[in-house]
Design a binder for this molecule. Sequence first.
Ligand code: PMV
Length: 326
Amino acid sequence: MTISQTPVIAKAHTNIALVKYWGKADEHLILPTNDSISMTLDHFYTTTSVQFDAQLAADDIILDGIKLPTDGQQRIRQFMDLVRQRAHTDLFAHIETSNHVPTTAGLASSASGFAALAGAAAKAAGLNLTRRELSQLARRGSGSATRSIFGGFVQWHAGHDDESSFAEPLDEKVDWPIRMIAIVVSQDEKKIGSRHGMKQSQTSPFFNDWVKQANADIDPLRTALLKKDINRVGSIAEHNAMCMHATTLSATPPFTYFNGDTIKAMQLINDLRSLGLNCYYTMDAGPNVKVICLADEVDAILDHLRPAFGNDQLVVAKPGPGLTYL
Ligand code: PMV
């Protein structure tokens, strides 16, 4: 195991879940309560450079051009401790990370962020990890990062321990024109982060039913993806998202990630569906809506959304690649 003498730069793309990860079976190891399936997106990615340096007394972290105070970003420092432990080193590192997620896109960067950090830090530390091992490592930073190691459609196997919880590609070179339109209804920082939101949702009397439903959605979704059946893919994903959000409304205390514009976007998509278009919505731990559709209906969908949402609130994404080194 040799520490790299030059900076290692990795690039990872963000992903949106079609069957959501929502709930932890183990908070420390970040083991999820259920399997999940996502699509990695093309436009939105993070690049991260890591170089270990014997001169440093702490990790030196620059996030989108801003140097973090020594006590800032506990999550990144804890993640780096994990890498140091595995590589049997006590060296700190220079870490420089840039998020290429249009600020207007309203998409979370923790998935691409921790996937890129896992890739760059592991290689810089001289660890020669397989992609499965990288996905296990990325999981310790942020659950959804587990899936961003791979491109296209990806399944995260919940597993029961550190070893058995990893992601696997279902189809990395997607050759059908599936699209996701992000409707950015708000760019505000989310009030209830996903860690806290999941924990609170686990108080819902429906939480066990959510887990059952999510696991039951996996095989039908895999089949629908294989058959390139947009209506099956969309309806499973939409129903799954609604089941996830039902655990927030029924939590103690109850909460929701939706705002008025989220509901408006859902209604517009429902209208389009009743007009015969094949489009479905999904939402994560925030108010923004992602529309699942096919390329040849994107323009008609955008036309219908435009009176309510400006051009800068509508971002179209395609399936994207997994982790690469620059
Ligand atoms: O990776 P986290 O801890 O930010 O959790 C992500 C949770 C959802 O985005 C809501 C769902 C998912 O599977 O990505």
